[in-house]
Design a binder for this molecule. Structure first.
Ligand SMILES: CO[C@H](O)CCc1ccc(O)cc1
Length: 117
């Protein structure tokens, strides 16, 4: 097995672990607002405020295409979902609270992944 094969195997391993975490996030009851891109027709000023819009369906497509070289690349885009939410929504609002709840849930799943790998 040359280096290339080992790297490919490692990438497959972290991609599978990241897809499992993403599936859990998408299944979470608080995930509704984060599943698909925010529609600029529904929220006109969203794209003016949020410079890097990102959502779970976009991340899922990138995972499937093998776009993340490392698990950290995946983690950074997941965290961007929650940073965007904190920027756009009051902490004390339904979507703000959903973002915080889902971020805590992610942190727990991520800690498990790090521990188990
Ligand atoms: C990920 O969702 C966005 O942060 C919130 C977009 C939004 C804000 C206010 C509304 O009335 C509707 C959508």
């Amino acid at each position: 097995k040359d280096e290339g094969d080992k790297d490919k195997k490692k990438k497959r391993k972290h991609t599978a672990a990241c897809r499992e975490i993403l599936r859990k996030l998408q299944a979470h009851e608080m995930a509704t607002w984060f599943l698909f891109p925010v529609d600029p027709k529904v929220v006109p000023n969203y794209r003016k405020v949020i410079k890097k819009p990102i959502d779970f369906s976009t991340i899922e497509n990138r995972l499937k295409k093998g776009r993340y070289k490392t698990a950290e690349g995946f983690m950074n885009e997941i965290l961007m979902v929650f940073d965007n939410c904190r920027l756009f929504n009051e902490d004390d609002s339904p979507i703000g609270r959903a973002g915080h709840a889902l971020r805590s849930y992610f942190d727990e799943r991520w800690a498990e992944l790090v521990r188990d790998n």
